[in-house]
Design a protein around this ligand. Structure first.
Ligand SMILES: Nc1ncnc2c1ncn2[C@@H]1O[C@H](COP(=O)(O)OP(=O)(O)O)[C@@H](O)[C@H]1O
Ligand SMILES: Cc1ncc(C[n+]2csc(CCOP(=O)(O)OP(=O)(O)O)c2C)c(N)n1
Ligand SMILES: [Mg+2]
Length: 313
């Protein structure tokens, strides 16, 4: 069973009342009065999202885990157009855990709480056989952007370069961090900066369809296509790749940009009437068009979706 099959199985048991969003989008959204209350949870686990041995090069690794633990959920709230509000966490620690790590984690998490204006109000701590950090975040918005509202004729765009975090992970796993370029990519992986302001700006401009690209650009496009029942057509030369990734990964740069996860940019679609507005924006890259049909295509050819799946394949 793959990750998406687990989620599909679960979603058959929990159908939400109309007007609310349940399983399937970046956050759940519950309409109360004229507002949507948003809620999302994400998890970072040892050897799935980080390795303790990375402390050899980043002694303060746990500070980045604390930062990232909140940032990944902020990204989900931002992709709905929301403002984050309150967080609770859950820690599973192994017997003999180090005190310094918890202090570092708290420093990273509190820095992120200040940066993203989130209140951490509680949590739960237990002992287990694998170290796991989980965080639940709420948010609010009057209008929402969803994965299922792309329309044929829309353009599709992304709010930053793709593949940087995946490149950072590759460097951290296999190479010496001996240049500024490598360090910059590793830091992008360790310290993601989702933008609440960007999500709000898109929503206020009238964007209806948005998702974050935590699972990679291609997977994100595939998901928008599947949920909106449309085809996504990308132009490879329009996909934004940083100069560092181009320089260090050469021919593999585009593959990293398409498949690599954890960049935490927003992917969104919009009608032609908004094209002039977004063309002016320095950090918005128009990468393709939405048409009738299904599937994701690159330069007219069906794309092979290879993204991170927790259960392989
Ligand atoms: N164990 C679970 N129980 C209920 N819903 C789940 C579970 N795992 C994932 N989901 C839901 O499936 C959707 C996709 O999950 P995920 O890929 O983790 O999204 P995201 O990348 O936005 O964090 C989300 O709506 C999420 O809430
Ligand atoms: C040791 C290690 N191996 C691989 C990865 C890459 N990785 C782990 S999870 C993931 C995708 C996103 O993860 P998930 O926790 O499912 O986030 P969500 O889809 O819920 O936002 C990627 C690319 C990593 N961060 N660390
Ligand atoms: Mg998730």
């Amino acid at each position: 069973m793959k990750e998406f099959e687990v989620i599909e199985t679960l979603s058959k048991f929990f159908i939400n009342p109309p007007g609310n969003i349940g399983i399937g989008d970046d956050t759940a959204a519950i309409k109360i009065g004229h507002e949507y209350y948003l809620i999302t949870v994400d998890t970072l686990a040892e050897d799935t999202h980080y390795r303790k041995k990375w402390r050899e090069v980043f002694p303060n690794l746990y500070r980045s885990i604390g930062w990232k633990l909140l940032a990944v959920s902020v990204s989900d709230i931002a992709s709905m157009g929301g403002i984050p509000h309150v967080a609770v966490t859950s820690f599973t620690l192994k017997k003999g855990f180090e005190e310094k790590e918890i202090t570092e984690l708290a420093k990273g998490m509190s820095a992120a709480c200040r940066h993203f204006n989130v209140l951490l109000v509680g949590g739960d701590t237990i002992r287990g056989n694998c170290e796991v950090f989980s965080l639940t975040l709420t948010g609010k918005t009057e209008e929402i952007m969803t994965r299922n509202s792309a329309k044929p004729g829309d353009y599709i765009a992304v709010t930053g370069t793709c593949g940087d975090a995946a490149a950072g992970l590759k460097i951290l796993e296999s190479e010496k961090i001996d240049t500024l370029e490598k360090r910059k990519l590793v830091e992008k992986f360790l310290y993601p900066y989702p933008s609440i302001e960007t999500g709000e700006k898109l929503k206020l401009a009238g964007v209806k369809c948005c998702m974050d690209n935590s699972d990679g650009l291609l997977f994100t496009c595939y998901e928008i296509g599947k949920q909106s029942k449309v085809a996504v057509n990308l132009e490879s030369e329009k996909i934004p790749v940083s100069k560092e990734v181009k320089k260090l990964f050469g021919d593999n740069a585009l593959k990293l940009a398409l498949s690599g996860g954890e960049d935490f940019n927003l992917v969104f679609t919009f009608p032609k009437s908004l094209k002039a507005l977004f063309e002016k924006e320095k950090n918005i890259f128009i990468i393709g068009r939405i048409t009738e049909g299904s599937g994701t295509y690159i330069d007219g050819k069906p794309a092979t979706i290879s993204s991170f799946d927790h259960f392989g394949g």
